[in-house]
Design a protein around this ligand. Structure first.
Ligand code: ADP
Ligand code: MG
Length: 607
């Protein structure tokens, strides 16, 4: 008998495990400590929630934020799982109720904050309560090297000695080695199984576009997603307020979020987003963790973030449900300069390391490599070289400069002139005719290629070289990144190849067609998808959510709703077959959704 499989089907309505979920669940069943690293949307919660139902006792989950605890407990309860949280917002009556269910041993999952779990009296209480296993969610918060360090997570050190015989399971989406080692050490994990998933997010469609008229561009991107939830990131608070005001004035349902606002206002805006009374959040980096909302359909960056790590984090909030989502970065070289001045002014930003990360981010924007490949490889994971079907580069949306071949051949000429002795920067200087001392000293100003690209600035030529390296015309070798031609580079020299080159912040001119054309790497039978019915079911979902006091995505995810639209179930048996419909949800919501589908189909039929 496949106990976990049955639990997955009954309580969540899913037929299949996502990658590494089963392995992660097995660790909890085997009482073996584990560290599980999966991307956002990778399905980490189920990795501990499903086994909690398969074993005796109550699993205790440490989570950093009240909003995360609430969403997870709401989601579990709507699926009929006995779950609760203990936090400071609860009144005496609620506390007593939780206490009673713990005493009766009926609770399967208990969510608590790190501060609470380490209170000596509470630990004693838990020891007598029959804890099955311990879970530390968002475990990167324990590490200084992560992006969300929380001092209170350090207290979790004490758990190991307080619960020497209880297995501990840590979960995070932060993949770096430093953070991983930190988590294992700080929590005192004992010979943990370390499970690391792939960080590619195939359902996200990445694009980089030159920023011109920010407001106009943002509007167009939003208009491609009517009624959907989306996030627009800006660098500064003033930019947030300004853009948000303009959007509101133009009739969009948008709210701001940044650290300069009152806590209560931020909370209210976040809730409005979760509950879908607003469509758009315009935010600084302050907005992020604490959002488990699974149906964010687009993330727009109004400016370049300061590192690829930030970009990955922020875009990661889109498409957690596995359905496609659009991530568009509007970029201008001015962003680079703004960040550089911020970093240089602010020692706390970390100086050289921060500048290096900033450069990496700018390179990501400028280069013409598949975005999925670039992102995944940045984090040290290999990615096959084939078109991903889900980024501007692979979709052929990037338009090349008219003179790309001429420029490419000029660069090849310089590499040949310099006879395998120069790196990208030096080569760019020679090509642009820079009369630097080191060039004059070596007589390189007499080379035929000296000044061939004098009309262009060094940074541009430097970017083209990177683009050509990425397209395999030459490679960087040795510690000094000496440029060397490849066979493809020789073909370019003979005029047999035409590379793709763009200006650093230009060239992305062809208007992409959102939603259409992209080879979607998510399975969904879109042929039978009827957007009008989707909107009808959204309304039913919304009404249910309000009635229950939970967020709409907790009733059903967008993905489940979409499958419902494609399958049009008209009875309970077929309703139960829709992925994401658990036994409990079928009982609680089935009748209403089936009635709505039925009414819609009849109306269609009578037309
Ligand atoms: P993470 O914590 O890793 O970011 P979540 O646990 O929030 O991810 O899960 C993301 C989404 O994936 C949720 O909507 C969840 O219901 C869904 N999900 C989880 N496991 C499965 C599965 N086996 N099949 C289909 N959907 C799943
Ligand atoms: Mg999670």
């Amino acid at each position: 008998m496949d106990r976990l499989g049955d639990i997955l089907k009954q309580n969540w309505g899913y037929d299949r495990f996502l990658p590494l979920q089963r392995e992660a669940m097995q660790c909890a069943l085997d009482r073996r400590d584990s560290l599980v690293v999966l991307p956002t949307g990778g399905g980490k919660s189920l990795c501990f929630q499903a086994p909690a139902l398969a074993v005796d006792g109550m699993a205790v989950v440490v989570s950093p934020l009240l909003s995360l605890m609430k969403d997870q407990v709401d989601a579990l309860r709507t699926n009929g799982v006995a779950a609760a949280k203990i936090d400071s917002t609860m009144n005496a009556r609620e506390r007593v109720a939780v206490h009673q269910s713990i005493q009766q041993r009926s609770l399967k999952l208990l969510y608590v904050s790190p501060e609470r779990i380490v209170q000596p009296a509470f630990m004693e209480y838990l020891k007598k309560a029959g804890v099955s296993f311990l879970v530390v969610d968002e475990a990167h918060c324990i590490s200084h090297w992560g992006h969300d360090f929380r001092p209170e997570y350090r207290l979790l050190k004490q758990l190991r000695s307080a619960f020497p015989d209880t297995s501990m399971h840590a979960f995070t989406a932060t993949a770096t080695e430093l953070v991983r080692t930190d988590i294992i050490q700080e929590l005192g994990l004992h010979d943990p199984a370390v499970l690391i998933g792939s960080f590619d997010r195939p359902n996200l469609r990445y694009r980089v576009q030159k920023r011109g008229d920010l407001f106009k561009q943002v509007r167009e991107l939003i208009d491609a997603h009517p009624g959907d939830s989306g996030v627009v990131y800006c660098i500064r608070r003033a930019d947030v307020d300004d853009l948000c005001a303009r959007l509101t004035q133009a009739g969009y349902k948008a709210l701001p979020y940044h650290a300069g606002m009152e806590e209560a206002d931020r909370k209210r805006n976040q809730e409005a987003f979760t509950n879908e009374t607003t469509d758009i959040i315009v935010a600084t980096v302050a907005f992020g963790m604490g959002i488990d909302k699974s149906n964010v359909r687009y993330v727009i960056h109004g400016a370049m973030p300061k590192s690829v790590e930030h970009y990955q984090q922020e875009t990661g909030r889109a498409g957690r449900d596995g359905l496609e989502a659009d991530c568009t970065l509007l970029y201008s070289y001015a962003d680079f300069q703004l960040w550089r001045s911020i970093i240089e002014k602010n020692e706390a930003e970390g100086g050289d390391v921060a500048l290096q990360k900033l450069q990496d981010m700018a390179r990501y924007c400028d280069q013409l490599t598949c975005r999925h490949k670039a992102l995944v490889e940045y984090f040290g994971e290999p990615f096959p070289s084939r078109p991903c079907g889900a980024c501007d580069v692979c979709l052929g949306e990037v338009e090349s400069l008219a003179d790309a071949q001429l420029f490419g051949r000029s660069i090849v000429a310089a590499i040949l002139d310099l006879e395998d002795v120069a790196g990208p920067t030096y080569t760019s200087l020679v090509l642009t005719g820079a009369r630097e001392e080191r060039i004059l000293a070596k007589d390189h100003h007499r080379l035929p290629s000296f000044g061939l690209l004098a009309k262009h600035d060094v940074q541009t030529v430097r970017t083209w070289i990177e683009q050509l390296v990425n397209q395999g015309y030459f490679e960087k070798t040795g510690t000094y990144n000496i440029l060397r031609l490849t066979p493809r580079g020789l073909a370019l020299n003979r005029g047999e190849e035409t590379p793709i080159l763009t200006d650093r912040t230009q060239g992305r001119v062809r208007r992409p067609t959102p939603r259409r054309g992209a080879a979607q790497r998510v399975e969904a039978d879109l042929a039978s998808f009827d957007p009008a019915l989707f909107q009808v079911l959204r309304q039913v979902r919304r009404a249910k959510a309000i009635e229950l006091g939970v967020a709409p995505f907790i009733v059903f995810s967008d993905r489940t709703l979409r499958d419902m639209v494609c399958r049009k179930p008209l009875d309970t048996v077929s309703f139960l077959q829709v992925p994401g419909v658990s036994d409990r949800k079928c009982d609680a919501f089935g009748a209403e959704f089936i009635a709505a589908i039925n009414a819609y189909c009849e109306e269609e039929g009578s037309r």
